[in-house]
Design a protein around this ligand. Structure first.
Ligand SMILES: Cc1cc2nc3c(=O)[nH]c(=O)nc-3n(C[C@H](O)[C@H](O)[C@H](O)COP(=O)(O)O)c2cc1C
Length: 144
């Protein structure tokens, strides 16, 4: 059975809920999925999963200068270098929640993990922490 780990950083709970939605969807597709906060994440277990979802809420000046917050950036700094998907390491996806615009959020998340994982192949975003039908489709393709 394929395994997924969903690691989130959430300030007020919306991103946690989005992570839980992602995991629940994966379970319906036969992927075993675990959800943990950045603070709970066991770094040693990261390389053993097939799919790694990294999520953080969007902070910034609403329409400019969006970035992951410091606890997420600290997590990214501490994260070990993982084998690439080609070498048997996880395929990586990013997710975020926001109110107006994600702007530089995903580029900043990508920059923080550059060289440590395979380049993320999926970016999911939500204003309300719910999976949209488009998200379902994208997830379906991602785990194929
Ligand atoms: C201090 C602060 C800054 C924010 N900056 C942005 C922003 O730049 N762009 C945006 O679209 N939403 C912004 N938001 C909205 C949050 O990204 C949004 O409410 C998110 O869903 C919160 O996720 P959480 O409940 O997981 O913490 C900001 C919220 C706060 C509290």
């Amino acid at each position: 059975m394929a395994r997924a780990l969903v690691v989130y950083r959430s300030h007020s709970g919306v991103t946690r809920h989005y992570g839980e939605e992602i995991a629940a969807f994966l379970e319906t597709k036969g992927v075993s999925a675990k959800v943990v906060s950045v603070g709970e994440c066991d770094m040693a277990g990261l390389s053993g999963v097939d799919y790694l979802f990294l999520g953080c809420w969007t902070s910034g000046l609403l329409i400019i200068r969006q970035h992951p917050d410091e606890p997420w950036l600290a997590f990214a700094r501490e994260m070990p270098k993982l084998p690439s998907a080609f070498e048997g390491g996880p395929k990586v996806a990013l997710f975020t929640t926001y109110k107006l615009a994600t702007g530089s959020q995903f580029p900043r998340m990508r920059a923080a993990i550059a060289g440590k994982t395979s380049p993320p192949e999926l970016e999911l975003r939500s204003k309300d922490g719910m999976l949209s039908p488009k998200d379902d489709e994208a997830l379906d393709l991602f785990i194929r």
